[in-house]
Design a protein around this ligand. Structure first.
Ligand SMILES: C[S@@+](CC[C@H](N)C(=O)[O-])C[C@H]1O[C@@H](n2cnc3c(N)ncnc32)[C@H](O)[C@@H]1O
Length: 241
């Protein structure tokens, strides 16, 4: 099964076979009451759905493969807790910069400074591939503990001086989706965790950024989006890219 689907991911995922997906890379709804006519974005609804999503993700992911989730700072603890409960191996948090770093109530909170990405694996997790476009940080190149200094890396990347560190896309005109993700960053996550022709799932696909990153890196893609406005953007984008 590959392709693009317009509907609720829980319905569509039922048709995906056990242990058939090489990477789940997705950006679930944030539970911030985002106004729309397609799903309930209240936190209580997202928390109710969360264990159902995790259960299906665990069923369809291949052993030793990765589940990578963009999440919000305020709900990250729920995502970690439920992921572990579902049987996933919680591995790491990647910090990315966000363009949307304003605070919802500037008088009694700090502004949001970064967007976390959670990394889980089913089982131990296979070794990451080295990719040739993440420069090693200067500090790690000079570090005495680094026995094999190389200009490119996956372990201590020089993220912060590059465009890669941004979670969100910033277009000169309006973004295609309020949470449109940075394709360069998605490409890196895909290249690190999969090989060519592997199958990647984004079940909250929005405007299809993960699909474009898969096309650019020769991976197969399943994209599911409930909102037909964004689904149509994804469809058109992938046809014309
Ligand atoms: C945070 S956005 C993802 C944006 C995407 N990363 C991009 O670059 O365009 C989450 C998306 O999930 C969709 N969504 C919410 N609930 C869903 C469900 N149950 N099944 C499928 N899609 C859903 C929303 O309509 C929204 O477009």
């Amino acid at each position: 099964m590959t392709g693009l689907y317009n509907g609720d991911c829980l319905d569509i995922i039922k048709d995906i076979s056990n242990n058939s997906i090489d990477l789940i890379l997705t950006d679930p709804p944030y539970g911030v009451n985002f106004k729309n006519n397609f799903y309930d974005d209240s936190l209580s609804n997202i928390l109710e759905q969360m264990p159902l999503w995790y259960k299906e993700w665990y069923r369809i992911l291949k052993e030793d493969s990765y589940l990578i989730l963009f999440v919000g700072v305020k709900t990250i603890h729920y995502w970690i807790q439920e992921g572990i409960k579902a049987g996933f191996n919680y591995k790491n948090i990647i910090a990315t910069r966000s363009f949307y770093n304003g605070s919802p109530s500037p008088k009694n909170n700090f502004g949001f400074q970064f967007q976390p990405i959670l990394v889980f694996s089913k089982g131990k997790g296979k070794p990451l591939n080295e990719v040739d476009f993440i420069p090693t940080s200067k500090e790690w190149l000079k570090d005495k503990r680094n026995k094999n200094p190389k200009p490119f890396t996956y372990a201590y990347p020089n993220f912060w001086d590059t465009k890669i560190c941004f979670a969100t896309e910033k277009r000169a005109s309006k973004n295609l989706h309020p949470n449109e993700k940075n394709i360069k960053l998605l490409e890196i996550l895909i290249k690190l965790t999969t090989k060519e022709n592997d199958l990647v799932l984004d079940c909250f696909a929005g405007a299809g950024s993960t699909g474009i990153a898969c096309k650019n890196t020769n991976r197969n893609f399943i994209g599911i989006e409930i909102n037909n406005f964004y689904y149509n953007i994804m469809n058109e984008r992938l046809l014309n890219n």
